[in-house]
Design a protein around this ligand. Structure first.
Ligand code: DAH
Length: 533
């Protein structure tokens, strides 16, 4: 936080972080240097006024204050002042607060409930977190993300200001949720929320989607007759983990376990854990999630009685997340392909310790709801989840998995945009890089893309085009693809051609409006470090 942030403004910002979840942690960098406060008081006063002014403005409209020439926005009733890191747009902010996960007959909410029915109270408490604005501390630092993790990149993450982002994953609330378990012994939680990532545009990527996250912990048994030493207490805890696993319903999935043993280098059991106990946690985790797959995919099969289904098959593979070790991904074989479903693992002990759970051991997992819901309801395009068209919304009913019936075949309209990319010293140009859609892309980010330290990347970045198209066309953009690429033999300059497909699910777009949108896109692309051809 900037030093000049003080008084009402600082309180407003701090509240914003706390509100997202009970006891959200607050970044240390909020501290004010008392020596500097006095000198800045006039500026602070201005900021206070600006914050108060923003809070009174219509939500999600970016407001420029003529007096100070500073911009800012009111997000869900809280003021945020922009700085040079800010890259949120009105179109992304306009999607904040829709609460699809809380809209009873919506496929996102139906899927959420189905998952929750496998992880039941009283052991599991279910949470949602309406406010997506979190600190970089909660989204990255407390989870152990290294400083150069690609997920932190401004090209991949929406920054409200340099210390505040639109959460890129529900794990941003993990610390707060773990703190909530401090007085509960063996316990767990789920969190469902909307998350935000700058990404490519196609039928399975939208800059806002939903995640569900869960964790489960076991506490050391208290000393009693015959249980004195820590080792004995731990044995008693292990006994409970084992008996909980025995209580998980049996399933008849075929299991391929490619992650049954742990590589000390790539996927180690944590040094602080007893390997046998860690193994019991892993077994509980795997059986719990296999049970989830059984329940969810049997429901999906039942919704498609005309399709001949193969017996259900899942595969465990090794993964990496900064906040778990060992870590795994779970894949399901569905209609001829392996579908990456979720990421999970044994929670890093340091994370539990920092949340006041020193005597606990446990697991966590996280999944993208759209990916699952698209399969369950046979929904072909992720944009449909945001549709307010009755022909979409009326098709679904609380507690039921039904197959989506397409109501539109409106024509697509393709428009190309070609430009030269100016040679740049920071040639980490992420053109045509594989998008990070996998469960392993913790918090987003693609290792092949620009450096996260690059808060103002000079080089052209593909996600900037995506963002412009999103901002101009919103849900009317179906996909954006790189269709041509060549290097000029003499100048060495690179030419790129992107094809934008404009198509509505709800009506036929007129030529005029498509041309209009494309012209706006072209004008904005011209402001990037490129030369339009
Ligand atoms: N946060 C991860 C993501 O966004 C998903 C995830 C993986 C969550 C493993 C977890 C976990 O809690 O243990 O891709």
């Amino acid at each position: 936080m900037r030093l000049s942030s003080t008084g009402a403004f600082l309180r407003a910002l701090r509240d914003a972080r706390i509100k997202a979840f009970p006891e959200q942690s607050v970044s240390q960098s909020n501290e004010i240097d008392p020596k500097k406060t006095q000198a800045l008081s006039e500026e602070s006063q201005q900021e206070n006024n600006h914050a108060q002014f923003l809070a009174s403005q219509p939500q999600h409209k970016i407001i420029k204050d003529a007096a100070t020439s500073r911009s800012g926005v009111n997000i869900l009733g809280r003021p945020y002042v922009f700085d040079s890191t800010t890259n949120v747009t009105e179109s992304i902010l306009g999607l904040v607060g829709r609460k699809l996960y809380d809209t009873p007959n919506h496929p996102i909410a139906i899927t959420r409930k189905l998952i929750q029915s496998v992880f039941r109270p009283p052991r599991f408490e279910h949470h949602t977190a309406a406010d997506p604005v979190v600190s970089t501390n909660d989204n990255f630092d407390v989870l152990g993300f290294p400083a150069d993790h690609p997920g932190r990149s401004r090209t991949d993450t929406y920054y409200v200001d340099s210390k505040t982002v639109l959460r890129t994953h529900t794990s941003a609330h993990q610390h707060a949720a773990f703190r909530g378990l401090r007085h509960r012994g063996d316990s767990g939680y789920t969190i469902c929320a909307d998350v935000y990532r700058r990404d490519s545009i196609d039928r399975s990527h939208f800059p806002v989607f939903h995640q569900m996250e869960a964790a489960c912990v076991w506490k050391l048994r208290p000393p009693k007759e015959g249980i004195h030493t820590r080792l004995q207490q731990q044995d008693a805890r292990a006994h409970h983990i084992r008996s909980n696993t025995e209580g998980i319903p049996r399933h008849d999935l075929e299991i391929i376990d490619e992650a049954g043993s742990y590589d000390d280098q790539t996927n180690p059991v944590q040094i602080v854990h007893d390997p046998d106990e860690a193994q019991l946690v892993v077994e509980n985790l795997k059986r719990s999630l296999e049970n989830l797959v059984q329940k969810v995919f049997v429901a999906a099969q039942a919704a498609q009685p005309d399709v001949k289904h193969e017996p259900l098959k899942v595969r465990w593979i090794e993964a990496y997340f900064p906040f778990t070790s060992p870590s795994f991904e779970l894949e399901v074989f569905w209609q001829g392909d392996w579908l990456e479903l979720l990421g999970c693992g044994v929670t890093k002990q340091e994370i539990l310790d920092n949340a006041g759970l020193r005597d606990h051991i446990g697991w966590a997992w996280g999944l993208g709801i759209e990916r699952l819901a698209m399969v369950l309801f046979d929904i072909p395009d992720i944009r449909l989840f945001w549709s307010q068209d009755e022909r979409f919304l009326k098709q679904f009913k609380q507690g039921q998995i039904t197959r989506f019936k397409s109501f539109s075949k409106y024509p697509p309209c393709y428009k190309d945009i070609s430009f030269w990319v100016r040679p740049s010293p920071a040639a980490a140009s992420p053109i045509g890089a594989q998008s990070s859609s996998g469960a392993a892309a913790a918090a987003g980010g693609d290792a092949t893309k620009a450096s996260p330290a690059d808060t103002q990347p000079a080089a052209f970045h593909e996600n900037d085009i995506m963002e412009i198209v999103r901002d101009v066309a919103g849900t009317l953009a179906e996909d954006v693809k790189l269709v041509d690429e060549f290097v000029h033999p003499k100048t060495g300059k690179k030419s790129l051609c992107y094809r934008v497909n404009y198509r509505s699910h709800e009506r036929t777009l007129t030529n005029e409006e498509t041309n209009d949108m494309h012209e706006k896109v072209t004008r904005k692309v011209a402001e990037l470090p490129v030369e339009i051809r």
